[in-house]
Design a binder for this molecule. Structure first.
Ligand code: ADP
Length: 394
């Protein structure tokens, strides 16, 4: 059984091809500058990276090129080998709490929720339509970033604003990165050894979010109505006082979209350090005694710890703390700085076990009040697994 997972952005398309008998990724790739001049792709296969510039004026052509190259490179012998395609979909509103077989109705709903994800949902639809044209008989499944968080109680997802904003416009917390949080929550029983658990999952990548999970169900999460909320990120501010927005609009004579753009693209590590959004550069600055990089590092740790403390109380204590995604998996320094602030909760890591990058390891100290794990996330595999299970059960 072979499944492709697709993540379509407005000018990009990422794919991974999985052999579902072994749950292994056979090939993956990134199609960039789709719809723009200078479009190209890179495909990783058999330890090699193939790069080619090809004119891809739209997503349909990108998918055609992808399928053509899968055969030409010799990754598959024919398109008949592909049993299903899973799409990463960003926003399913409060309607989708699980993955679904993609139908016309699902596409209509994605359009409906485009007001809540104006950059992502239309791009996801382009990806679906392109695959449908190229592979009309192959089942497609949609895996929503918001679905995992649908188990939150109203007290958690409601904002304390005029209630009719929620009723009329759907203003509430939705949460994102759900595919990663879901994947990790499914790994916890295996590594922790029990089905019943209270966990805080720290997905720390260029975007980042935490979730509080009880027995596999999301209780709370840090991203909100949009992915701008929660912890500090690579270029996003995370939570701020909303009154800052009109204040800066007036001071800098900016439109609201420009200030929101500043909060999405010029804040976080980049905003505080004034140097870099990538954590590796920030950490190089810390090592070099750069004060602003150190401030960015400390601020980051503070925002993560703030939510761990909050979720610790929300869950009534925790059994498991997980670090995942780019920084969570790879930066022993970030993990150490975060856990150092959790001593008052009896949470300690083992400094030696913590010297790990991108591997699944229990890094807790023997006397820690909860188990601490590094678990690599795999959103693409999660999408492929959901796709397989839905097409199997049709
Ligand atoms: P996204 O999927 O949101 O683009 P990732 O999960 O790939 O993000 O995480 C990217 C972040 O992880 C970047 O800030 C990067 O610096 C950091 N990162 C990746 N590898 C390492 C590493 N070896 N050490 C420290 N940080 C790393």
């Amino acid at each position: 059984m072979k499944i492709i997972s697709i993540n379509a952005g407005s000018s990009s398309l990422k794919f991974s091809l999985f052999d579902m008998d072994t749950n292994t990724c056979i090939a993956s790739g990134y199609f960039e500058r789709v719809t723009l001049e200078g479009s190209f792709y890179t495909i990783k296969y058999n330890g090699e990276k193939i790069r080619e510039e090809v004119d891809m004026p739209n997503h349909t052509v990108a998918v055609e090129v992808l399928l053509d190259r899968l055969i030409k490179i010799g990754i598959i012998a024919s398109l008949d080998e592909i049993d299903g395609v899973g799409h990463r979909l960003v926003h399913g509103g409060d309607q989708y709490n699980t993955s679904v077989i993609i139908t016309d109705e699902v596409i209509q709903d994605l359009r409906k929720y485009s007001v809540l994800a104006p950059l992502h949902n239309p791009a996801n639809i382009l990806g679906i339509e392109a695959v449908r044209k190229a592979l009309p008989d192959i089942p497609m499944v949609g895996v929503f970033d918001t679905a995992f968080h649908q188990t939150m109680d109203k007290v958690q997802y409601l904002y304390p604003v005029p209630y009719d904003w929620y009723q009329k416009y759907g203003v509430r917390k939705y949460g994102f990165h759900g595919t990663s949080h879901c994947y990790i929550s499914k790994q916890i029983p295996r590594v922790y050894g029990k089905e019943e658990y209270r966990a805080i999952i720290c997905h720390l990548g260029s975007g980042g979010s935490l979730s509080a999970v009880r027995n596999g169900k999301c209780v709370d999460t840090t991203m909100g109505f949009t992915p701008l909320a929660g912890i500090m990120m690579g270029t996003r501010s995370g939570d701020i006082d909303p009154s800052i927005i009109p204040f800066i609009m007036e001071k800098e004579d900016k439109k609201v979209e420009e200030v929101i753009d500043d909060l999405n693209k010029k804040s976080g590590f980049l905003g505080v350090s004034q140097k870099a959004s990538d954590f590796r550069d920030i950490y190089a600055g810390v090592v070099d005694h750069d004060e602003m990089c150190k401030l960015a590092f400390d601020k980051y740790v503070q925002t993560v710890v703030h939510y761990i403390a909050s979720y610790y109380v929300e869950l009534g204590g925790i059994d498991v703390l997980v670090f995942t995604a780019g920084l969570g998996e790879n930066s022993s320094e970030v993990r150490e700085a975060i856990v150092a602030k959790l001593e008052c909760l009896g949470i300690y890591l083992d400094v030696e076990k913590n010297q790990v990058r991108g591997e699944e390891v229990n890094i807790s100290a023997d006397h820690s009040s909860c188990q601490i794990f590094v678990i690599p996330t795999n959103e693409e595999l999660m999408i492929a697994q959901d796709t397989l299970s839905l097409i199997d059960n049709r």
